[in-house]
Design a protein around this ligand. Structure first.
Ligand code: ZN
Length: 181
């Protein structure tokens, strides 16, 4: 004899080909009807989660749930039930907007976070600009202490990536006066 579902329910031989299950599924228990082995609701509404069917039944009605599940492939039914239960919960909490209310709320949060992100990026940009101004000001001050000739050679780019220390700021200082760090 085939088993009913993973809940390990015992079952009895009923009329014709229907096998009546001793422990009905959550849906049949609530509807006070006998649950059969091939009950379409049983895999999705276990007796251990009575509220799950209660919510969906309250919003959609048992016959609509059964009708919808019958129109779907078996592989799609679990997702459809999850979706219906989610929508039913949302509809009970917010009878006007249901899950759309949650979507609006989350969309507003996304918009607010986008605005905050744009503001933070603008602040970072401004701080970087200030930093660049400070660095260039500092470089101008430093350059006044570096010999003009050395500074020009430094600025032409050939040595700009190599950190170095100038020993003195004598006008006649040459590359001999530079110690490479
Ligand atoms: Zn059932």
């Amino acid at each position: 004899m085939a088993s009913h579902s993973s809940n390990g329910s015992k079952h009895l031989q009923g009329h014709a080909s229907d096998v009546v299950v001793v422990t009905p599924c959550g849906a049949c228990k609530m509807l006070r009807r006998r649950c059969v082995e091939k009950c379409i609701l049983a895999p999705h509404f276990p007796p251990t989660e009575p509220l799950k069917f209660a919510m969906a039944h309250r919003v959609f009605g048992a016959s609509n749930i059964v009708k919808l599940l019958q129109e779907l492939k078996e592989s799609e039914r679990a997702d459809a039930v999850s979706s219906m239960v989610y929508e039913a919960n949302a509809r009970i909490i917010d009878p006007v907007y249901g899950s759309a209310g949650t979507i609006f709320q989350l969309q507003n949060q996304v918009n607010e976070l986008h605005a905050q992100l744009a503001k933070a990026k603008a602040e970072i940009f401004n701080m970087n600009c200030q930093l660049e101004v400070m660095v260039s000001t500092e470089m101008c001050r430093s350059s006044q202490t570096i010999s003009h000739q050395s500074f020009n050679e430094f600025e032409d780019g050939s040595f700009s990536s190599i950190p170095c220390v100038y020993l003195d700021d004598d006008q006649d200082s040459s590359w001999d006066n530079i110690i490479w760090a």
